[in-house]
Design a protein. Structure first.
Length: 302
């Protein structure tokens, strides 16, 4: 069996990835990295993982085919660079980095080494978002992320939260961007509202993040020339046609990690590295999502 490594066993790994990885132990030999012996024993008891390492160097010495990086963003650059330099494919949580130059450098290194660097934009793999992608002749796209009352430092909020909506818009847009407009509302250094407007030859795209919106909501709307569909919280699809609105929910038995795209993106990455096939999250589009966020951050008034 191919060896697959994991570094960073915190909240996101335990909620979104390890449950999926645990179901794939008959296909891959998982090697987890943590200095916390108690955490390692807990994960061994909970999921049956057997191989644990204390350092990245020890993990690299196992020569895994790929490594999932779930460590804090500020550590991504050095860890990814070390892995790629060692000839190891990488999957990393978004963002790759908040520094666009580092993002571009790492993707260039991956290309030079003929390796995959895949950014964990899970919403591209959410079943209902994939259905929105199939709408023909898209004219309007609105990607919204609303929080009840969650003020956060502006740059952090853009790269931690808003980037999801930005990337969903980039994924759904079917033509090159001709114009970008940005608008921010901040309060004492915290983000209240963030807007990015993307204009194409035929389509108009609006990315909206509201950190004081009175509710927790994620909504994506796509208007084509023949239909309008809205996905709410990734689990409800509404289709609007003249005189009729139909609602479709994800199956009751479907795992949340499938609904939210974590399960399918994990499997897609593993399939790609195993078969030496195309990156499931194209580098060009991933870099674009980071650039749009980076350029928005640059508009913050000092």
């Amino acid at each position: 069996m191919e060896k697959i490594g994991v570094i960073g066993l915190g909240n996101i790994a335990q909620k979104a990835y390890l449950p999926v990885m645990a179901t794939l132990q008959d296909k891959y030999e998982w090697h987890l990295t943590t200095r916390n012996e108690a955490k390692g024993k807990m994960l061994e008891q909970k999921y049956g993982f057997k191989h644990f390492h204390q350092t990245l160097d020890q993990l690299i010495a196992e020569k895994p085919l790929a490594v999932f990086v779930h460590t804090p963003t500020k550590t991504h650059y050095q860890i990814i660079k070390q892995l790629l330099t060692a000839g190891i494919n990488v999957y990393v949580d978004k963002p790759v980095s908040e520094n666009l130059a580092e993002v571009e450098e790492l993707y260039q290194l991956a290309e030079k080494k003929e390796l995959l660097l895949t950014c964990g934009f899970n919403r591209r793999f959410a079943p209902f978002d994939q259905q929105l992608k199939q709408i023909a002749d898209k004219r309007t796209i609105v990607s919204e992320k609303i929080r009840e009352n969650a003020l956060q430092p502006t740059a952090f909020a853009i790269f931690d939260l808003m980037i999801h909506s930005v990337d969903t818009a980039v994924y759904l847009m079917d033509e090159p961007i001709q114009k970008v407009d940005n608008f921010l509302v901040t309060n004492d250094g915290n983000l209240e509202q963030g807007y990015i407007t993307l204009t194409g030859a035929k389509s108009h795209v609006q990315v909206i993040t509201n950190m004081v919106g009175g509710s927790n909501l994620e909504m994506t709307t796509v208007q084509g020339s023949k239909t309008r569909q809205v996905v709410t919280n990734l689990n409800l699809l509404q289709t609007y046609q003249t005189g009729a609105v139909t609602q479709t929910s994800r199956p009751d038995w479907e795992n949340t990690l499938v609904t939210r795209g974590f399960d399918p993106i994990t499997r897609a990455f593993l399939k790609a590295v195993t078969n030496n096939s195309e990156n499931p999250v194209s580098p060009k589009s991933a870099i674009l999502s980071h650039k749009l966020c980076y350029d928005l951050v640059k508009t913050i008034k000092k």
